[in-house]
Design a protein around this ligand. Sequence first.
Ligand SMILES: *Cc1c(COP(=O)(O)O)cnc(C)c1O
Ligand SMILES: [Zn+2]
Length: 372
Amino acid sequence: MLICTQCGKTYLLNERIWKCQCGGTLAVDFHARFPLKKIVKRAHTMWRYREALPLQHDANIVSFNEGFTPLVEVPLKDTSVLCKQEHLFPTGSFKDRGAAMLISKVKELGIQKVVEDSSGNAGSAIAAYSAKADIDCQIFIPESASSEKVNQIHAYGAKVTKIQGDRGATAEVALQAAKSHYYASHSWNPFFFQGTKTFAYEIYEQLGWNVPDTVILPVGNGTLLLGTYIGFNDLLQAHRINALPKLIGIQAANCAPLYHAYQEEVTESSSIEKRDTVAKGIAIKNPIRAKQILNAVKRTEGWFITVKEEEIRETLLGMCRNGFYIEPTASATIAGVKKYLENVHTEKEVVVTALTGHGLKASSTIADIIDG
Ligand SMILES: *Cc1c(COP(=O)(O)O)cnc(C)c1O
Ligand SMILES: [Zn+2]
């Protein structure tokens, strides 16, 4: 069933809703199972964890064979960490995990048209999977969205509507449209998180059915961090693991509402002044699920780290020379990992992180970085 994270009201899994009547965000309450002997015989996609994904019929799966991204060792500082190559997804970011699950559910519900607001990767992913499922898709984007990302959304055949003003203004217009069409929102829709949770399952399998000590992730709306938290909790509840990894969230110093809320020991997002950052994918001033993100980080005994613009730029160029052409947002994460390794890391600790998006999605921002 669906359960409200605010008032606890429950709804059937097949209701066409994306938020509670009280305005709260929803979570999916679903009993995930992990029949390992069956899983290992299946194709290497996120759908190999079929019994953990809340979809009734296989016929509704909308897929580009995404998932099971390589987990590779990357040398950093005097040690190395394990990086999931999430930039190798069909649309170039981990958002495909969420979009594949969500659009499959949309198909199962018999919905013909979805709306979403995004300034980039989530929009591309929702557009791509909607195209595969033959579902009409309208994406609202802020005027300032980068042309590479807008082109990609267009290429999948979605209707793109540019909105004047900032990211908040775009979200407002999408919320209006969501009154008459299903809202395939990466931040609101709980099924998106049921897709991103497969990130945790894959790590567990790729480590030989073991849980890492620490997972370091970027946080904007928290779709990857909360998905990871849900995924490891599913494994815990199924008695596959007996502890959760510590979750460390990375934010750009220029837009770090959750870092500040954590420091101030409040449970809601702190209102902050947002300054410009090259890490556009995590520049979220008011994350809708702030409370849940703070709770996940606290419950796993993790914390938040911020990174400065110079650190993001320098790390990006370093990663390129290591063979990883990634987005500035993805390099913000790695800049945070470096800080973590300098201050906290112990020798035997298994640290996993992610390269969340491909550099080809952000050529113009990367050009600015090169020009200094
Ligand atoms: C969306 C995105 C993020 C941030 O993810 P959230 O779900 O907003 O926390 C980080 N990196 C890339 C490349 C992204 O597309
Ligand atoms: Zn509610």
